[in-house]
Ligand binder design. Structure first.
Ligand code: SF4
Ligand code: SF4
Length: 252
């Protein structure tokens, strides 16, 4: 029997859902499941019993908590889709809005991280859910398989004074690129979960952490990392720099 699937969106930019719809395997996903609630393509109004619930977006309003609990009550398994749902996401930088990960309110069975999740990981995760298997995520940070790690030196204090390279410094030639840290540019690869296929790094830009933390010990990982680099005074004052995608999860 095809698994019943509910897909809901909370506070989001809809980027995760847009990515879902544009995945190569989306038609296959539709064929192999029975979608019973998905505001983007169905008129269904009520949350019903479901095998899999996929939730995009963070919790920023009271009514969403009620909806979320309703989804949890009716679902065998609930997955947080994207960094907003799993970590709070970019909205957490707002000083006027609450942006909580869904796990603050309900028990979840896993996450599909990323902002939005990278296509390969996303597609593989959906297929695994359809086959009633757990999602497999890397337990390593970005540096392990990074093509620029040959130059990585975090064994002494490194001066970091920029968050992106100057336009003329951006190069797509990985062969001749160096680890961003070596050039004073902050890269969050050491504290970010691997699995994005290095899209930013291949485009000549440092990792900004959209895959979220690699472990629940994010704060201690961050402290270790900070103890190895010298942030310029200007960057120290930029409060959101390390928590762009995951502040709510770790402020409680
Ligand atoms: S995780 Fe990123 S792409 Fe997905 S809804 Fe949030 S901001 Fe948009
Ligand atoms: S710090 Fe960034 S550029 Fe350097 S090895 Fe790690 S992920 Fe790659």
């Amino acid at each position: 029997m095809k698994p019943r699937v509910t897909i809901i969106s909370l506070t989001s930019c809809s980027g995760c859902i847009s990515t879902l719809i544009s995945l190569d395997i989306f038609p296959q996903f539709l064929e192999r499941t029975r979608i019973i609630f998905f505001q983007f393509i169905l008129d269904a109004k009520n949350i019903e019993d479901t095998d899999i619930a996929i939730v995009e977006g963070c919790v920023s309003e009271e009514t969403q908590i009620t909806l979320l609990r309703d989804v949890r009550k009716h679902a065998k398994k609930v997955y947080a889709l994207g960094t907003c749902a799993s970590c709070g996401g970019i909205l957490s930088l707002s000083s006027s809005k609450v942006a909580d990960p869904i796990s603050n309110y309900i028990e979840t069975n896993g996450i599909i991280p990323g902002c939005p999740p990278p296509s390969k990981l996303f597609g593989n995760s959906l297929i695994r859910l359809v086959e009633n298997k757990d999602i497999i995520l890397s337990q390593k940070n970005m540096c392990g398989n990074c093509s620029l790690k040959r130059d990585m030196k975090i064994n002494s204090h490194i001066n970091i004074y920029k968050i992106i390279p100057n336009p003329e410094e951006i190069t797509l030639d990985e062969e001749n690129s160096e680890c961003f840290l070596k050039n004073g540019i902050l890269c969050l690869g050491p504290i970010t979960r691997d699995g994005c296929e290095y899209k930013c790094i291949k485009m000549g830009l440092p990792c900004e952490g959209c895959m979220g933390p690699v472990s629940k010990d994010f704060t201690s990982n961050l402290i270790n990392y900070l103890s190895l680099i010298n942030l310029s005074q200007e960057l120290k004052e930029y409060a959101g720099i390390f928590y762009r995608y995951s502040k709510p999860k770790f402020r409680r």
